[in-house]
Design a binder for this molecule. Structure first.
Ligand code: DGY
Length: 329
């Protein structure tokens, strides 16, 4: 078929994407890989990107695809890059904007799923759920007093770093668990404070006061290693760190040091500086660490909604309409 084409960087995205595109007089060009959405290994090689960006009018991409300025400069016919993610840190949005290319993404539809996972990680960590499971499977059950004792969740303080949609959804869950909630965000949100009964604090105070420090802030060059050695040292020895945002917001080396030297009680991570996290990584050696492989939005329902938004965003731009969620400033 000769005509405009849309490139899709994976062949295992929900079928609604292909079904909706098939209704249009366009050619779908698809990369053959089926790896997880965050996988850089599953991303097409540069020569494929260059060819697609030169020839196609739209591209559907995922978290593992790094779309930098040099690639964007190759785009001659491209109108829209629609990412199957809320995060846009893998795309040089400024470069795209300068070239008049729309960048769209999927906020809102995954908020509740990510907040659910964050709460689940917190409880898994506090109540040693993963460790208990591991012990049963290893036949290591015994009844020594103190064995597998964890920490209360109710009546404690949650500290949220970044009060976007996910942070606010998490705050609602924490309030239902009878937790006090404090937060730090680059912009203060008085309406949410009032509506949810939560309190703003400077970043240092959140780290200092919280029993559970929850990282939900969006990734950007400014947030890289926001949680560094100095800030980890501000946390209470009894406090836990949970990161469901992006791996590079937390300095992994500093976190490993904090865990090894007992500056904090433990950590739960859905995201890593290196994804997939190698199975022999130092983080895997700690019993007080819970690790999951970037599954924040990984429910059938949420991924389906993300796909609907991703394809609708792209089609809207191609039809000259406003996309549902635009990431360009
Ligand atoms: C996103 O969409 O950016 C999330 O990280 C998926 O879990």
């Amino acid at each position: 078929m000769v005509g405009p084409c849309v490139f899709i960087s994976r062949s295992n995205l929900p079928s609604i994407i292909y079904a909706e595109l098939n209704k249009l007089p366009i050619e779908i060009r698809m990369w053959k890989e089926t790896g997880p959405m965050w996988s850089k290994q599953a991303s097409p090689p540069r020569e494929v990107w260059v060819e697609m960006f030169r020839n196609c009018v739209g591209a559907i991409v995922t978290l593992g695809d790094t779309i930098g300025r040099s690639l964007i400069n190759e785009a001659s016919k491209l109108f829209v890059i629609s990412t199957y993610s809320v995060g846009i840190d893998h795309i040089d949005v400024k470069a795209a904007t300068e070239r008049g290319i729309y960048v769209t993404h999927t906020p809102e539809v995954l908020v509740e799923a990510v907040a659910d996972l964050a709460m689940g990680l917190l409880i898994a960590l506090a109540r040693k759920i993963v460790l208990g499971d591991r012990m049963i499977r290893a036949g290591e059950i015994h009844d020594k007093w103190g064995w597998l004792l964890g920490n209360d969740v109710h009546g404690t303080t949650m500290g949220i770093i970044g009060l976007g949609n996910i942070g606010a959804a998490l705050a609602r869950r924490a309030r239902a668990f009878n937790m006090k909630v404090i937060y730090w965000s680059r912009t203060r949100k008085p309406q949410i404070e009032f509506a949810l009964g939560i309190e703003y604090r400077p970043l240092e105070s959140v780290l200092n006061e919280a029993d559970y420090v929850m990282v939900t802030i969006a990734a950007s060059p400014e947030t890289r290693h926001l949680i560094n050695e100095e800030r980890l040292r501000l946390m209470k020895k009894s406090a836990y760190l949970v990161n469901v945002a992006r791996g590079d917001i937390v300095d992994t080396k500093a976190l490993v040091k904090a865990l090894r030297e007992g500056w904090i009680a433990g950590a739960a991570l859905d995201v890593f500086e290196e994804e997939p996290l190698p199975s022999n990584h130092e983080l895997t050696k700690f019993d007080n660490v819970v690790l999951v492989p970037h599954i924040g939005s990984a429910t059938y329902e949420t991924r389906e909604r993300m796909a609907e938004v991703t394809v609708r965003n792209l089609i809207n731009v191609l039809m000259g309409k406003r996309p549902l969620y635009l990431a360009n400033p």
